[in-house]
Design a protein around this ligand. Structure first.
Ligand SMILES: Nc1nc2c(ncn2[C@@H]2O[C@H](COP(=O)(O)OP(=O)(O)O)[C@@H](O)[C@H]2O)c(=O)[nH]1
Ligand SMILES: [Mg+2]
Length: 682
């Protein structure tokens, strides 16, 4: 068993193509965890082991690897870099102490670089920047460093410098002088030490007095403090291809990357996620076990594999554990450490270690595992994922496959927090949603190749909503006499608008038992039926409070069905009088496209009832501009093909949910008219 002091956990994050998977491979090879580095092109890397990843040539999911180096255990989490696959990449941030942001020296700071710098800071992680591909032709390393500092701040400081025609690097903490590219070693050395000693007053005082550099050991604590506080974001240079800088990076991970007690882990909560009572896990092997599941793999042979980080205590083979709320327990059985697709059995895992258990079907993504009854209902600070909006309606081509499609889609949902499956309650529509077109295409490919499910796809219906703009009251009496028994129930209620996003509130304000308490759930059921089915346009009604304040009952004829019917009809009546309107989903869109197509794209967005909220002229990638805007979801159906034709195939985009907004009156009229026709036909 390793002790926490000798454990490092690092997520390799950054834009697609930056060389994260290749760099993980180079680190593993240099540390001796594998005999030779494989290559992404040949499909022989540890981290891109999936068939689909090998074919597409880039990572689609996160992957784990580990290495032993000078008595230190390194855990690496390789993550996918394209925005479409950011679900697993964000999830990895919950499992590590260090985010290693890999930047491609050829293309510079890209979309995912910026996002990961932001997301990992928000998570409190220690950040380090690695500039990869320094071997490539026509790279402007000095310009890139300036750009990094302009975007992310002066605390981004050189920890090493490329030297000898970029064939090697010189570490500037250890060396006070030397020949290097970009900047003089002496300047970089001075700047770095100045920044580190700032963290510790006594160190600073001595440094100023004696005018002599503190030793590396003396600076260690201050260095970690600077990392944690975000006062220092070291920049290093490597070439995963030639190996330049790889040994130096390995040494930095060993000696300077935080161990679990030097990191800045997010808090846990007792009770509601994100609210509740906050507390911090202590990376002490002797305490109660707390582990957080950041990845689920539905493995065809192993069953459901849950991959977690141990935050506190020691997870042991055969231990009895609880899931989240503490009501369900399971025996750990086999415990594994992962090396790409290989599972190695281990007896125990200490705080800071990443491991896996298999065949516990109750465990879900984001669950907290613990070994104590009292520690019930624990959550880790919630991760923030973009809400998937890009949708496709899917149908099996072969009849009889429907049930299996449903099961398989559920598996895909488990492993990717940004992929969801919706069953449209009205129509018989199954809609898959993801972060972009490429995301959904990857899932369809997977369904076809791995599960032999061929699907027909179509544009899904738009998830409109209804809401009300003022309060209103209504009474409805349901009375029926059929044969001997009758049905009687009368409900009076009030509907009031709530803030956008508030959902639904039901209030029972009935006095004196005019509606007996046992029938209140029936009234609520009727109210919900009316809201779910929609009133003016057949869309679910949201952001309303419904208060039942009066009614009547009959000693013999009052029945549940009567109050369900009365609740439903009273709600419909009240909503019709409450200034009901239709809301439509608006999405944030981010387009990256060649500079010369910006005019056309802006015009196209306007034509789609959208507008531009900002453009970033691109040093990010030479000749590319980023356009941010807002657009109704209803208008992006064919955006992919339009973008392709306007940019000669060079543009890409992502969307995420922004908000619901009232629909323009003319479009709302249309929707309501078609709902009327439908209602009359039924
Ligand atoms: N010239 C050069 N190419 C590299 C280097 N590292 C990775 N590559 C190439 O860049 C491409 C993307 O690499 P990959 O590791 O898949 O990037 P990822 O998407 O960040 O995981 C592949 O073709 C690699 O061979 C490097 O240091 N130098
Ligand atoms: Mg990769």
């Amino acid at each position: 068993m390793s002790t926490p002091e000798f454990i490092r956990s690092i997520a390799l994050v950054g834009h697609g193509g930056a060389g994260k998977t290749s760099l993980a491979e180079a680190l593993l090879a240099r540390a001796g965890a594998i005999t030779a580095a494989g290559s992404v092109e040949k499909g022989t890397t540890v981290c891109d082991f999936d068939t689909q990843e090998k074919l597409s040539g880039h990572s689609l999911n996160s992957a784990l690897a580990n290495a032993d180096w000078n008595g230190v255990k390194l855990y690496l989490v390789d993550t996918p870099g394209y925005p479409d696959f950011s679900g697993p990449a964000i999830a990895a941030l919950a499992a590590v102490d260090t985010a290693l942001v890999v930047i491609n020296a050829q293309t510079g700071v890209e979309l995912t670089t910026e996002r990961m710098m932001r997301w990992s800071a928000a998570r409190g992680l220690c950040r380090m920047i690695v500039i990869n591909k320094i071997d490539a032709d026509n790279v402007d390393l000095s310009g890139l460093v300036n750009d990094i500092r302009a975007r992310f701040g002066k605390q981004c400081m050189l920890l090493d410098l490329p030297a000898h025609d970029r064939k090697e690097v010189i570490e500037v903490l250890e060396h006070a002088e030397g020949d290097a590219d970009i900047e003089s070693v002496a300047t970089a050395h001075r700047a770095l030490i100045d920044q580190i000693v700032e963290e510790d007053e006594s160190l600073l005082a001595r440094y100023l007095e004696e005018g002599e550099d503190p030793t590396l050991a003396e600076m260690h604590a201050a260095f970690e403090q600077a990392l944690r506080a975000g006062h220092l974001v070291p920049i290093m240079f490597v070439s995963a291809r030639t190996g330049a800088g790889v040994s130096e990076l390995l040494r930095v991970l060993e000696t300077l990357a935080p161990n679990p007690s030097e990191g800045n882990p997010p808090p846990f909560y007792k009770g509601e996620a994100g609210s509740g009572e906050a507390f911090h896990a202590v990376p002490d092997p002797k305490k109660h076990v707390l582990a957080h599941v950041f990845k689920i793999v539905p493995d065809p042979y192993m069953g459901r594999v849950s991959i977690f980080r141990v935050h506190q205590g020691t997870m042991k083979k055969d231990m009895q554990m609880f899931i989240g709320s503490g009501r369900r327990s399971f025996k750990v059985g086999h415990l594994y450490r992962l090396q790409g697709k290989e599972y190695a059995e281990v007896d125990s895992l200490a705080p800071g270690e990443l491991g896996a258990i298999a065949k516990v079907e109750d465990i879900e993504f984001d669950a907290v595992l613990h070994d104590s009854h009292d520690e019930d209902n624990i959550h880790l600070k919630p991760l923030e994922f973009p809400k998937p909006m890009q949708g496709l309606a899917v149908e099996t081509k072969k009849r009889g496959d429907e049930q299996r499609l449903f099961e398989v889609l559920h598996k895909l949902e488990l492993e990717d927090p940004c992929f969801v499956v919706e069953r449209n309650p009205g129509g018989n529509e199954t809609v898959i949603r993801g972060l972009g077109e490429m995301h959904l295409r990857a899932k369809l490919e997977r369904l076809a190749t791995q599960y032999k499910l061929e699907l027909a796809t179509s544009q899904p219906s738009i998830p409109y909503r209804e809401t009300i703009t003022k309060s209103s009251e209504a009474t409805y009496r349901h009375k029926k006499q059929s044969g001997g028994a009758g049905q009687f129930g009368e409900v009076a209620l009030r509907v009031e608008p709530l803030a956008r996003g508030a959902g639904f509130e039901f209030v029972d304000a009935v006095k004196g038992g005019v509606i007996p308490g046992v029938f209140i759930p029936a009234v609520e059921k009727g109210v919900r039926q009316a809201l779910d089915a929609g009133v003016i346009a057949g869309q679910p009604v949201e952001d309303v409070r419904v208060t039942v304040f009066d009614g009547k009952h009959h000693a013999v004829d009052s029945k549940e069905v009567a109050f369900v019917a009365a609740g439903k009809k009273a709600t419909m009546k009240a909503i019709r009088e409450a200034g009901a309107i239709v809301l439509e989903p608006i999405v944030n869109i981010e387009v990256t496209a060649p500079d010369e197509s910006v005019g056309d794209l802006t015009g196209d967005l306007l034509g789609r009832r959208g507008h531009v909220t900002g453009t970033g002229q691109g040093t990010r990638s030479q000749g590319m501009t980023q356009i941010n805007g807002e657009i109704p979801l209803a208008e992006i159906g064919d955006y992919q093909s339009k973008l392709k034709s306007l940019t000669g195939g060079q543009g890409s985009y992502t969307v995420e949910f922004a908000r619901y907004a009232p629909m323009p009156a003319n479009l709302q009229q249309k929707l309501m008219a078609s709902f009327k026709v439908q209602e009359e036909e039924d």
